[in-house]
Ligand binder design. Structure first.
Ligand code: FMN
Length: 200
């Protein structure tokens, strides 16, 4: 299984990036390949109509990411909670994603909070971010609370760190099973995005 891990924070030094690397280690331990795509420092311009005509600006900015997404079997979205929301750069990323890149591929949401937040990003992504790109959020998700205290190095620092790691490991295993199952959906011949380009 090849997993694209999207680190959704724009910050130069973010906890989301650190969590993304911890998830990548777990994916590799589970026998998969991990490819981290970080939105740190805003590598992508804000969406404009040039996307539709594949303007040079967009083939340069999005082309390499598009290729990496097409090569993945599953995704993990690491979403920090910012003012009770998902960061705008992550929404921009999801707007740029098409069904040709992420359609009918399973995705695990991992939200991140420096305190006891983290539920709003889960709700926001599940409500409104899959309609046209057809990404499939699996029912498992993970909320990493008080993130500064967990997921440092290979050895758990305490009970909560251990349970966070166990929860991530379990969710990644389930993601792997969905990756296997949804590959047959994508290969079934039933998908028709030409006739039905927009989810309703
Ligand atoms: C602009 C901004 C708004 C934030 N708002 C919230 C919030 O509403 N709830 C919360 O739990 N944490 C909030 N935080 C703290 C983040 O949870 C914290 O920065 C955490 O490390 C995850 O973000 P990061 O990946 O950018 O580091 C906010 C952080 C920023 C930068």
């Amino acid at each position: 299984m090849r997993v694209a891990i999207i680190s959704g924070s724009h910050r130069a030094e973010s906890q989301s990036d650190r969590v993304a690397h911890a998830i990548a280690s777990e994916v590799r331990i589970a026998g998969g390949e991990a490819d981290i795509i970080s939105l740190s420092r805003n590598p992508l311009p804000l969406w404009d109509e040039g996307v539709w005509s594949n303007e040079a600006k967009w083939s340069a900015a999005w082309g390499p990411i598009s290729k990496r997404l097409k090569e993945c079997d599953a995704l993990v979205l690491v979403a920090p909670e910012w003012a009770g929301m998902v960061p705008p750069g992550l929404k921009n990323f999801l707007l740029l994603c098409s069904a040709s890149e992420v359609g009918h591929k399973p995705a695990l949401i991992v939200s991140v909070s420096s305190g006891i937040g983290g539920s709003y990003p889960i709700a926001e992504l599940r409500v409104s971010s899959y309609k046209n790109n057809r990404i499939v959020y699996i029912p498992e998700h993970v909320i990493v609370r008080n993130v500064a205290d967990v997921l440092h190095g290979d050895v758990p620092s305490g009970e909560r760190d251990e349970s966070t790691r166990a929860r991530l490991r379990y969710a990644i295993r389930i993601l792997g099973e969905y990756a296997r199952a949804l590959a047959s959906v994508r290969e079934s011949g039933a998908i028709d995005h030409k006739t039905f380009p927009f989810g309703m």
